[in-house]
Ligand binder design. Structure first.
Ligand code: DX5
Ligand code: ZN
Length: 226
């Protein structure tokens, strides 16, 4: 993975057909997705359950580009090795998921993946300051994690601006996750975000057998953000 700050659209397969992940990943990449965002939920850290390392390993051969794994689980550490072996390029853990985020980030890099840290809407930007030398990505949650299709929380735009200033020249991506669509994408892009996760706004209207709407939706978000 090379670093740049151009806008990257990362469709979340949380909004894909769960019976058809391989074909869905191929369809969104063919329609212009830059990264594939994979939401792992445990029914404990967040009130929903999705899937684990075995599903990630199964979809990996269907993804040519970056597999961006967002762990909404607690504890995190016992599962890092499994997601790294499954082929995750980036593993993002929540700062709120346990008392030892520093150790977790070390373990992610030691397992050979890029390390991301995610912040819930109630967590301040300053929480990242002591971690800047050990992260490749910071994920700003613009909804409370757990479900797709929620409303964008506007108070988070200021947090993105603060993080962008804090990051300076460091090669750290700012990713936005939740409620991203053509109306909210320009707000976070202007504030300094470069990776835009979008679930419902990418998958709406399309399917594996009719994937053109995925492309139109991706282009609409990218155009609004650029
Ligand atoms: C929420 C997930 C998001 C979610 C985004 O917990 O982390 O990735 O799928 O979905 P939309 O874009 O529909 O808000
Ligand atoms: Zn996510």
């Amino acid at each position: 993975m090379t670093f740049d700050r151009s806008i990257k659209i990362a469709p979340s397969i949380l909004s894909a057909d769960f019976a058809n992940f391989g074909a869905e990943c191929e369809a969104i990449e063919a329609q212009g997705a830059d990264w594939v965002h994979v939401d792992v939920m445990d029914g404990h850290f967040v009130p929903n359950i999705t899937f684990g390392p075995a599903t990630c390993a199964a979809i990996r051969p269907h993804i040519k580009g970056v597999m961006d794994v967002h762990l909404m689980i607690a504890p995190v550490d016992p599962y890092i090795e499994g997601f790294a072996k499954a082929g995750a390029d980036i593993i993002t853990a929540h700062i709120e998921a346990g008392p030892h985020i520093h150790r977790t980030l070390q373990a992610i890099r030691a397992a050979g993946a890029k390390a991301g840290v995610a912040l819930n809407p109630g967590t301040p930007a300053g929480a990242v300051a002591p971690l800047l030398d050990m992260i490749d990505l910071v994920c700003v949650m613009t909804v409370n994690p757990g479900f797709g299709g929620q409303k964008f929380i506007h108070s988070q735009v200021e947090k993105v601006r603060d993080l962008r200033a804090m990051i300076g020249d460091r090669p750290i991506h700012i990713e936005i996750d939740g409620g991203v669509d053509p109306t909210t994408a320009p707000l976070v892009a202007a504030a300094g975000a470069d990776v835009l996760v979008a679930g419902s706004a990418v998958f709406r209207g399309g399917s594996v057998s009719d994937p053109a709407p995925y492309g139109a939706n991706i282009r609409a978000i990218r155009a609004a953000a650029s």
